[in-house]
Write a protein that binds this ligand. Structure first.
Ligand code: 5GP
Ligand code: MG
Length: 176
């Protein structure tokens, strides 16, 4: 398995869309202090680009959950890291790389509801709605994509390819 030679989403296309998302989010939170919660590790690249386009006061913390062990989701979610920042009364925006079955984001949303947040919303760079197993819609979506396994721009295959600047479909090397 290896990344497609031609990107599915080029770095220019991604940058353009992240800029649009930042504009929308900046408008929606114009009078509020925002706490971005990056869902590690996949969202670190998207989150870093997004946060630098947001004007005003933005704090960052991290959550880490695992529901995935390869191209097939196991369906179970475990929490590996929780934020150290106090969450009560904060406007929290959960930053995801991709929504697939929806189980990870759903689990994190339910977990975070225990913290008396001022508000909770979800932004995801990529969305694969065809794969959804639990009801979940993101408040902000970068790109809706087909049911293909993608890598790059933070997204990995067994920890490889996160460093690629564009997003590629993972495909069987023999066809390339
Ligand atoms: P979910 O809980 O929504 O099924 O899965 C969420 C997690 O699965 C994502 O945060 C990501 O880590 C992983 N995942 C789902 N689809 C893909 C994909 O196409 N590529 C990669 N690299 N990871 C994926
Ligand atoms: Mg992830």
């Amino acid at each position: 398995m290896q990344p497609s030679k031609t990107p599915m989403l080029t770095r220019e296309t991604i940058a353009q869309r992240v800029g649009e998302l930042a504009e929308t989010i900046a408008r929606d939170y114009a009078d509020k202090d925002l706490l971005l919660l990056f869902v590690l590790k996949g969202a670190m690249v998207f989150g870093s680009d997004l946060m630098r386009l947001l004007p005003g006061r933005v704090a960052v913390d991290f959550v880490r959950a695992r529901s995935y062990t390869g191209p097939n989701s196991s369906g179970r979610v475990r929490l590996l890291y929780t934020p150290t920042a106090p969450l009560a009364d904060r406007h929290v925006l959960l930053v995801e790389d991709i929504l697939d079955t929806g189980r990870t984001a759903r689990f994190l949303e339910e977990h975070l509801r225990g913290y008396q947040l001022a508000s909770l919303r979800l932004v995801t760079l990529l969305d694969k709605p065809a794969r959804r197993e639990v009801e979940l819609t993101a408040d902000y979506v970068g790109f809706t994509i087909d049911n293909q396994f993608v890598v790059g721009y933070g997204l990995d295959y067994d920890e490889a390819y996160r460093e690629l600047p564009a997003i590629h479909v993972l495909e069987n090397g023999k066809t390339g």
